[in-house]
Design a binder for this molecule. Structure first.
Ligand code: SF4
Length: 174
């Protein structure tokens, strides 16, 4: 579902930030002020990679796990359940399908987080931070695309700067 004015740059946004109750715990992360100010300048396209690959609401918690020299997304209740390829393939299809000029994503998510999701080893010990697989795939595939976490857009100045980046990207790339 796209929201408002088709002439504005298209920006994907984590669905939970728009108020959709799609999180693993059945809740959302609605950020009305951010949504309202972005919607004046860009066209918002909500996306939830986890429900898009078929996970239910609610669902088991998933986590980034470093295994066999790779960052994987595993189900915390069943570490043999590996969702990495599904999330990566969905990210590739998603950016192919939509002419995006930016992304605004939920922080700390093993799918959507940008550099701020906890990374664990196979023994469940925290060993650092990494981007979620959906975000990491898009960053790797389209490194110039403006992308950030909603939490980084709390201040007016950073929001204005980010919107300028989106507009400039849209002007030269779409
Ligand atoms: S952070 Fe991303 S994957 Fe998780 S509920 Fe929100 S939109 Fe879905």
């Amino acid at each position: 579902m796209e929201l408002v004015n088709k002439k504005l740059p298209l920006v994907a946004i984590s669905s939970c930030l728009t108020g959709q109750a799609v999180r693993y715990d059945g809740l959302h992360k609605f950020t009305p002020l951010l949504i309202h100010s972005l919607a004046q300048k860009v066209r918002l396209l909500p996306v939830c990679p986890e429900t898009a690959i078929g996970l239910s609401v609610p669902r088991n918690k998933i986590q980034l796990t470093y295994q066999q020299d790779q960052v994987k997304v595993l189900d915390t209740a069943d570490l043999t359940c590996d969702l990495t390829d599904l999330l990566r393939d969905y990210a590739l299809d998603f950016i192919k399908e939509h002419k995006l000029s930016g992304l605004v994503l939920q922080e700390k998510s093993p799918s959507c987080g940008v550099n701020n999701c906890k990374l664990f080893n196979i023994h469940g010990q925290k060993i650092g931070y990494h981007s979620g697989v959906f975000a990491a795939t898009i960053i790797k595939t389209q490194p110039q695309l403006p992308i950030c976490c909603a939490i980084d857009l709390q201040h007016d100045l950073t929001k204005i700067e980010f919107i300028k980046k989106i507009q400039s990207y849209a002007q030269y790339n779409t």
